[in-house]
Design a protein around this ligand. Sequence first.
Ligand code: ZN
Length: 218
Amino acid sequence: MSIIDDLTRVGAFYAKDHLVLTSGRHSPVYINLRVIAPMLRLVDDISYNLMRVTPAYPNVIVGPETMGRTLAFALAGRKLRSPLALWCNVAGEGENKTASWPIKMGFEKTLRPGMTAIVIDDLLTTGSSVKPVVDLLRASEIEVLGVAVIVRRNPDVTAETLGVPELWVLEDVNGGETYAAEDCPMCATGQPLRLRPGHGWKFAEEHPDHPSVLAAIH
Ligand SMILES: [Zn+2]
């Protein structure tokens, strides 16, 4: 079984399907890896795969909330010299996101200049969530070895575009194509619309007689 098979089985990944994104655009691909956070066995299996592709002896593994935190802990437990596992908050939108350490946790006091770090997250689409984490670490003079993710949704995002030495990706998914409802090829053929996850339910409320809605998957 591949990781994609596992993610599909638990409803974290849909392909060749028909869903509606938050933006209202229709897509054959839908990825919501947060649903695996409570699935410890699956998180552990994924961290085993991440362990094999990432450096053996980082000092720190850091992920942004929510899934980055989960993965940082899982991966740290797999490393030979159990590194620190830390998390940070990321706020803002798009290119203006910023990362900060959680208040009152004192994480910054555990960091020493020259330590090495891996930044980890579940899904890489533009890099806007991991870049501020890299910046936050470099502000403490931590050497960022690279970024590790489960799924990369956009092959144009690379170690170079992220400004880090290495990028480790478990699964590449071509999920770029999304459509306005009126141009949606799945709607055109009446392919059943999935009401959830995503916003298919909203489209269904607005277009109750649409063939894709009449055949909808509840
Ligand atoms: Zn559609």
